[in-house]
Design a binder for this molecule. Structure first.
Ligand code: FAD
Length: 491
C-alpha cells in the first residue's frame, strides 16, 4: 500500500509516557509523529485519570476542611453542590493542560495523526482516522512509515464479565463524568475494588453527599503500604463510608428499574457479606486495569506480548524488536504516570542516541531505585521503597523511625495530629531504603524520602538537615532524628 506519512520516530499513544517520549525525541532532532485516537493529548492521566480526579479531590478536601473548622469555632453553612458547574470546573482544569500539550507539540513540529493505530509490520502502522470528541471512526485510513517506534498505548479499566451494561454502572472514566439525571449525586453507590482509584472516587462521591459502600476481595484495603499507615486512614474514614466489605466477592449484579441489585459472597462462608441482594443507584468498577498490548496488532510487527497483554522490555525500554520500544502502563506495574514519563525519556534518548551516534544518549537506561505511590484520599497516604512488611518477607534487616504528628506543632495547628512520618532504614548501614507518610500533603512530602533513597542518604543525614519550622515537612527531619536517637520533640 501507499505511505501517507514518513517519520524517524512514531509514538503510539499520547499519555504521559507517549507525549514525554515524543517531545524528548523531537528535542533531540528526530522527526516525530504521534498516533492518538483521542481528540486531545494527555492520555488517561490528563483526560480521565490523575488530573480530573485531583480537581475533584481538592474540592472534596475543601468541603471536609470547612466541616472540621466547626471545632475551631468557625461554622459554615452546608455546601450547595452544583454538579454541572463542578463538572465544568474539572473540564476547564483538564482543558488548560491538554491545550498546553497541543501547543508544546506544535512548537516542536510533532505531527499528530488522529486515529486508532495498528501495526502492519515492523515499520508501518495503519491508522483508522477518528474525529469528534470521542473515537468515532471517519472511515478513512492513513499509513505511517517509521524508522523507530515507541509503543505507549497504556491500559484500560477491567470490566468484570458478569456485570451488565447499564448507564448506572461506570468505570473510573464514567465516575469522573459526574453524570446525573436530577442534578444530584447518586444516593447510594457501590465501589467494587478497594485500591487507590476506587478509594479516591469513593472519597469524592461521599463528600458530594453519596452514601458509599466499598467491596474488596482481598483482606485489606489499599494493598501496598504498611498496615500502620492504612490503619490511620481507616480510623479517619470510619464515618465516611457506610459499609466496607473485605474478603467479599461481588457475584451478581442485576440492573432493574428500581435500582442495581448486587449479591455478595463472603470468603469466610458468607458471615461478613450482607445476606440477599443490596440496592444501589450507581456502581463503580475499580477492580484494576489491564494493559492494551493485545489490541495494537503487535504480532504483525513481531513484538512479544504476554498473555495478560504486557509488552516485555529491557532496561532501555526496548522490546524484542530492537527498533521498537515500549513504555508506561503497557510494560508493567506500577501503573503510574511518573513512571511512564521517566521511561518515555529513556526510550527517546536511546533511540536518538543510536540514530545520531550520540553514545552518551544511547547508554541511557531506566534505573529507578524507587517509584513512589500516593493515594490522594483524605488523609493522603504516600509510600516509597521498602515497606516493613516487604523487608520482613525478604529477610532484610531493617530499623524504623516513626515521628507521630501528635508531636508536630504544625500538624496540631492544622488539625492533622493523627498522621505520622516513618523512615525505614538498613539496620547496618543506616541507609534509608523506604518511607511512608500519612496525613494531608503526604504526597507532596514523600519526594524528599525518594531523594534520600536515590542519593544513598542515611537516616542521620535527614535528621541533621535543617527543615523549616513549623511545617509538616519538618516531620521527615524529625523522623531522621528519631532514627539517630537524638529527637527531643517527642516524650
Ligand atoms: P495512557 O495514559 O493510558 O495513554 C495511552 C494513550 O494511548 C491513550 O490516550 C489512548 O487513547 C492511546 N491509545 C491506546 N491504543 C491506541 C491505539 N491503538 N491507537 C491510538 N491511540 C491509542 N497515576 C499517577 O501517577 N498519579 C495519579 O494520581 C493517578 N491517578 C489516576 C486516576 C485514575 C482514575 C486512573 C484511571 C489512573 C490514574 N493514574 C494515576 C494512572 C495513570 O493515569 C497512568 O499510569 C498513566 O496515564 C499511564 O500513562 P501511559 O502513557 O502509559 O498511557
Amino acid at each position: 500500500g501507499s505511505v501517507d506519512v514518513e517519520c524517524d520516530m512514531l509514538v503510539l499513544g499520547a499519555g504521559p509516557g507517549g507525549y514525554s517520549a515524543a517531545f524528548r525525541a523531537a528535542d533531540l532532532g528526530l522527526k516525530t509523529v504521534i498516533v492518538e485516537r483521542y481528540a486531545t493529548l494527555g492520555g488517561v492521566c490528563l483526560n480521565v485519570g490523575c488530573i480530573p480526579s485531583k480537581a475533584l479531590l481538592h474540592v472534596a478536601a475543601v468541603i471536609d476542611e470547612a466541616e472540621h473548622m466547626a471545632s475551631a469555632g468557625i461554622r459554615f453553612a452546608k455546601p450547595e453542590v452544583d454538579i454541572d458547574a463542578l463538572r465544568a470546573h474539572k473540564d476547564k482544569v483538564v482543558g488548560k493542560l491538554t491545550a498546553g500539550l497541543a501547543g508544546m507539540a506544535k512548537g516542536r513540529k510533532v505531527e499528530v495523526v488522529r486515529g486508532y493505530g495498528q501495526f502492519l509490520d515492523a515499520n508501518h502502522v495503519e491508522v483508522e482516522l477518528t474525529s469528534g470528541s470521542g473515537q468515532d471512526k471517519t472511515g478513512e485510513k492513513k499509513v505511517v512509515r517509521f524508522g523507530q517506534c515507541i509503543v505507549a498505548a497504556g491500559s484500560a479499566a477491567v470490566h468484570l464479565p458478569f456485570i451488565p451494561k447499564d448507564p448506572r454502572i461506570v468505570d473510573s472514566t464514567g465516575a469522573l463524568e459526574l453524570r446525573t439525571s436530577d442534578g444530584k449525586a447518586p444516593a447510594k453507590m457501590l465501589v467494587i475494588g478497594g485500591g487507590i482509584i476506587g478509594l479516591e472516587m469513593a472519597t469524592v462521591y461521599s463528600t458530594l453527599g453519596t452514601r458509599v459502600d466499598v467491596v474488596e476481595m482481598l483482606d485489606a484495603l489499599m494493598q501496598g503500604p504498611d498496615r500502620d499507615a492504612v490503619k490511620v486512614w481507616e480510623k479517619q474514614n470510619a464515618q465516611r463510608f457506610d459499609n466496607i466489605m473485605l474478603k467479599t466477592k461481588t457475584v451478581a449484579v442485576e440492573a432493574k428499574d428500581d435500582g442495581l441489585w448486587v449479591t455478595f459472597e463472603g470468603a469466610d462462608g458468607g458471615k461478613s457479606a450482607p445476606a440477599g441482594p443490596q440496592r444501589y443507584d450507581m456502581i463503580l468498577q475499580a477492580a484494576g486495569r489491564s494493559p492494551n498490548g493485545s489490541k495494537i496488532g503487535a504480532e504483525k510487527a513481531g513484538i512479544t506480548v504476554t498473555e495478560r497483554g504486557f509488552i516485555p522490555v529491557d532496561a532501555q525500554m526496548r522490546t524484542n524488536v530492537p527498533h521498537i520500544f515500549a513504555i508506561g502502563d503497557i510494560v508493567g506495574n506500577p501503573m503510574l504516570a511518573h513512571k511512564a514519563v521517566h521511561e518515555g525519556h529513556v526510550a527517546a534518548e536511546v533511540a536518538a542516541g543510536e540514530t545520531q551516534g550520540k553514545s552518551e544518549l544511547a547508554r541511557s537506561a531506566f534505573d529507578a531505585t524507587v517509584i513512589p505511590s500516593v493515594a490522594y484520599t483524605h488523609p493522603e497516604v504516600a509510600w516509597v521503597g521498602f515497606t516493613e512488611e516487604q523487608a520482613k518477607r525478604e529477610g532484610r534487616k531493617v530499623e524504623t523511625a516513626k515521628f507521630p504528628w501528635a508531636a508536630s506543632g504544625r500538624a496540631i495547628a492544622n488539625g492533622a495530629d493523627y498522621g505520622f512520618t516513618k523512615l525505614i532504614f538498613d539496620a547496618e548501614t543506616h541507609r534509608v531504603i523506604g518511607g511512608a507518610i500519612v496525613g494531608p500533603s503526604a504526597g507532596d512530602m514523600i519526594g524528599e524520602v525518594c531523594l534520600a533513597i536515590e542519593m544513598g542518604a542515611d537516616a542521620v543525614d535527614i535528621g541533621k538537615t535543617i527543615h523549616p519550622h513549623p511545617t509538616l515537612g519538618e516531620t521527615i527531619g524529625l523522623a531522621g532524628e528519631v532514627a539517630h536517637g537524638s529527637c527531643t520533640d517527642i516524650p
